[in-house]
Design a protein around this ligand. Structure first.
Ligand code: MRU
Length: 347
């Protein structure tokens, strides 16, 4: 995608180094960082320098390439695999990225790099297909609500939920995107708003708790979100706050679509009950992070200092609230997801 008139991918690998856009600095500063060790990549995934299901998967695949140069035996490589796998639990793309590269990493780091690059290219190609299928759901002059960031920053390029919107605009349709801020880390207000601004797409940021009211009182034609893991029955883990939107959308009869590549479908998982939800620190709820005039990052407390907080990072939307899934192989209702069980995660 285009940033300041130049094409960038979210992350790429060259000369034994993983390069990535630092998503913690956005939208205030556009920075590329360089990672050369497995520990550095693990820290970047944990602290959300790189985040979003697809991008985490690709980062994990490249971390395996880096790991292959750090170890001398299969057992050491397995330890690295476990270290990377434990960084974030909910997005299944991470495990798929690791599995795609692990056996190649046992052969050679060159074989590992070829496998990781294929995984990254596939991520991008699947998102392009999501763009084409999803675009057909968007009428001209549509108002579309989205949540969190499932744009190109969450993948190698294009994105999942935002890809159909990019395609619709490319095809001359006029759209307005309602971007819910996505407390506590504000991926909507910070990242999705920045992405849409860079692409010149009309948008408005809304608070998370304005979503239901806006659905009931203004024109909202459809809602598209991404996903971090989809069970075989269609139950979907996505950023906390997705469930509220799906419930309100059902009430107001607004179509609610989930867009995801094949790497987000978990064929080991029968229903949403089996999905592990990541709990993050209380600090993300009790403090706001922002940038000062001197361009330093600062945290300020925004809640009663003596109160504890809980911070589940994802929720699970039951399949009954989802109108259709926008996949790289087409639009599917929940009952057809099981048919993805036998197709390769790479298309
Ligand atoms: O915690 P994050 O930012 O890694 O959360 C993941 C997400 O960005 C969303 O849940 C998104 O909708 C799915 S990832 C494409």
């Amino acid at each position: 995608m285009i940033v300041f008139n130049k094409h960038y991918k979210t992350l790429w690998f060259s000369n034994r180094t993983l390069y990535m856009i630092d998503q913690n600095s956005l939208p205030f500063e556009f920075r590329i960082i360089e990672l050369k060790t497995t520990d550095q990549v693990c820290e970047a995934i944990k602290n959300m320098t790189v985040r979003g299901a697809g991008a985490i998967g690709v980062a994990a695949a490249y971390a395996m390439v880096i790991a292959s140069n750090e170890v001398k035996s299969e057992s050491e490589l397995k330890l690295k695999y476990n270290q990377i796998a434990s960084t974030r639990p909910t997005a299944v793309n991470l495990i798929h990225g690791l599995n795609e590269v692990f056996s190649k990493a046992l052969e050679s780091s060159t074989a590992a790099q070829i496998a990781a690059e294929k995984f990254a290219d596939d991520d991008e190609n699947q998102c392009k297909n999501i763009a084409s299928y999803g675009e057909t759901l968007i009428p001209d002059e549509a108002t579309i609500m989205t949540h969190c960031n499932a744009g190109w920053l969450a993948f190698t390029d294009w994105g999942s939920a935002l890809a159909p919107i990019y395609k619709a605009v490319e095809n001359g349709k006029r759209v307005t995107v309602l971007v819910s801020e996505t407390r506590p880390r504000l991926q909507g207000a910070r990242l999705t708003a920045w992405e849409l601004y860079q692409q010149g797409i009309e948008h408005r940021i809304i608070t998370d708790n304005a979503a239901a009211w806006i659905m009931g009182s203004q024109k909202v034609d459809l809602i598209i979100t991404g996903a971090d893991r989809i069970a075989l029955n269609g139950d979907t883990a996505n950023k906390i706050g997705t469930l509220d939107k799906a419930i309100a959308a059902k009430y107001y009869k607004i179509p609610f679509y989930v867009a995801a590549p094949l790497t987000t479908f978990d064929k080991e998982c029968q229903t949403g009950k089996e999905i592990v939800i990541e709990n993050r620190t209380q600090q993300e709820v009790t403090h706001f992070e922002g940038i000062t005039k001197q361009k330093t990052t600062e945290q300020i407390m925004i809640s009663n200092p003596e109160s504890l907080a809980i911070n589940p990072a994802f929720d699970i939307t039951p399949n009954t609230l989802i109108s259709q899934y926008i996949t790289p192989t087409g639009l599917l209702p929940a009952c057809k997801i099981i048919s993805l069980k036998n197709i390769s995660r790479q298309s």
